[in-house]
Design a binder for this molecule. Sequence first.
Ligand code: NAP
Length: 238
Amino acid sequence: MESLKGKSVLITGATGGIGAATARLLAASGARVFITGRNEERLKDLLQELQLPADRYFAADLSSAKEVEKLKDHFHTVFPVIDILVNAAGVGIIKPMDTLTSEEFMTTLQANLIAPFLLMKAFLPAMKEVKKGLIINIPGVLGKVPMAGAAAYSASKYGLTGMMQSIREELKRTDIRITNLFLGGVDSAFWDHIDLRVQREKMIRAEEAAKSVWFLCQQPLSGVVSEMVLQPFNHQAI
Ligand SMILES: NC(=O)c1ccc[n+]([C@@H]2O[C@H](COP(=O)([O-])OP(=O)(O)OC[C@H]3O[C@@H](n4cnc5c(N)ncnc54)[C@H](OP(=O)(O)O)[C@@H]3O)[C@@H](O)[C@H]2O)c1
């Protein structure tokens, strides 16, 4: 396993269930964690909990190119190099076509597909300069297998999967690795506004999902985990 000690890691969605749990695990393993999300209060609380320096966070809406640029500038004033990017931001709008609005479709694409694209545009050049780095995405199983009522979400996550697989081909001559983590249902705030009959107590716990990210962050340099699938053992919806 590659050591996490001293690695500079940007975690998006750090105010959410999986992102926050990942930040805790990576910081405990000695990584130099930098967190982002939109909710500044939650970022500050996590910063305090992890006893991180005051400059290790930046609040940004990642669907805005301008805000991603500002995030990049702030990140690079703290760390010249980015070792790992964990793309854990995203929204869960899971509705059938009858009730899904165009606005919701766009919001889903903005958060789940456009934001990771903007992050790649912002942070990939620094990785390319040193020809190494690791990017971890969380498309979820709905980025691999469709489900009724998930047109917007699956569009965004299939898009994310395809975009990252294509970028991976571009990076073949470098040591920049891309891992897609296909998670099934994880009990987090993600499900708070989804109108589906699911059994949250049977979902993967956010802390357990974060352990898979933590593991992937330490994958050996001689290989790459191109994808990992982790699903609840017995959960009716996904
Ligand atoms: N939970 C699941 O069942 C599940 C399954 C498979 C894949 N996933 C994927 O895993 C990732 C994390 O999900 P989660 O369960 O941790 O969800 P969550 O608890 O709802 O957290 C979502 C995070 O994304 C951030 N976010 C959303 N839109 C954003 C935007 N426009 N700009 C910046 N940040 C934004 C939120 O930040 P703020 O709250 O600060 O705005 C929050 O930190 C998502 O990509 C999700 O699609 C989740």
